[in-house]
Design a protein around this ligand. Structure first.
Ligand code: COA
Length: 214
């Protein structure tokens, strides 16, 4: 199981990093691959309730790789963490295969939630350098989160989200790459956001009027 996952991780590194020359070099020198292997061992100890050992392993991994993954986090085989440094993955986060995580990414909580408070990242998502994804929502498969974005709510599949707070700038349709269909899907997503914003403004206007009458 451990070695099968390691093989998948090395494959993901080679698929996503044009600089990766061969499996042996990736195995020896890629700190993201090392971090995931440490995590698999820590996660095993966490599952058999040896939580202190699990935490010690995850902190040791952080020291060597610059990647901090809570031992309870669920990470599938075939994820690629590029460069490593400054990546933080929280306790209730889930990351599915094919996802690429660049340096400085945080999969964290907002500090206001309990229970499931870290995001679920579906297959083949790109989390660009410095992106912060905060909260217990889902980032749909194939989504791209831009460098430095701060994402605070659900992201639909194949959407590109940039900025602070994160906003959808594009939704691709990977099956067809049909620009018309893609444009319409993006327009629908944006009109949904506009509707949400209008509803919020109307609610706060009504609240202000109620307060005036009092
Ligand atoms: C988001 C990203 C993945 C590109 O996605 P894309 O779907 O190809 O989007 P585009 O490049 O067409 O950009 C769409 C719009 O978002 C804007 N945009 C793109 N990336 C942005 C970012 N990080 N922050 C703010 N705006 C951004 C573009 O200017 C463009 O705006 P416009 O439509 O007004 O011209 C890419 O821009 C990005 O952030 N890459 C970083 C990758 C990385 O971390 N590399 C580190 C390697 S060490």
């Amino acid at each position: 199981m451990f070695f099968k996952s390691l093989r998948e991780d090395i494959k993901a590194a080679k698929a996503n990093d044009p600089a990766a020359r061969n499996s042996f070099e990736v195995l020896l020198t890629y700190s993201g691959v090392h971090a995931l292997s440490w995590h698999r061992v820590a996660h095993f100890f966490y599952k058999i309730k040896l939580k202190l050992i699990a935490r010690i392993l995850s902190q040791t991994a952080r020291f060597f790789t610059g990647v901090e993954i809570h031992p309870a986090a669920k990470i599938e085989a075939g994820v690629f963490i590029d460069h490593g440094s400054g990546v933080v993955i929280g306790e209730t986060a889930e990351v599915h295969k094919g996802t690429v995580i660049y340096q400085g990414v945080t999969l964290g909580g907002t500090g206001k939630e309990h229970g499931k408070r870290h995001p679920t990242i579906m297959e083949n998502v790109t989390l660009s350098a410095g992106a912060k994804v905060l909260g217990g929502f889902t980032v749909g498969k194939g989504a791209k989160i831009g460098a430095g974005a701060v994402v605070l709510k659900e992201v639909p599949p194949y959407a590109t989200v940039v900025g602070v707070p994160g906003r959808i700038v594009r939704i691709r349709t990977p099956e067809t790459e049909d620009p018309v269909k893609s444009g319409m899907t993006a327009a629908l997503a944006l009109s949904h956001e506009a509707k949400e914003q209008l509803a919020k403004e109307l609610a706060s206007e009504a609240e202000a009027k109620r307060n005036e009458k009092k």
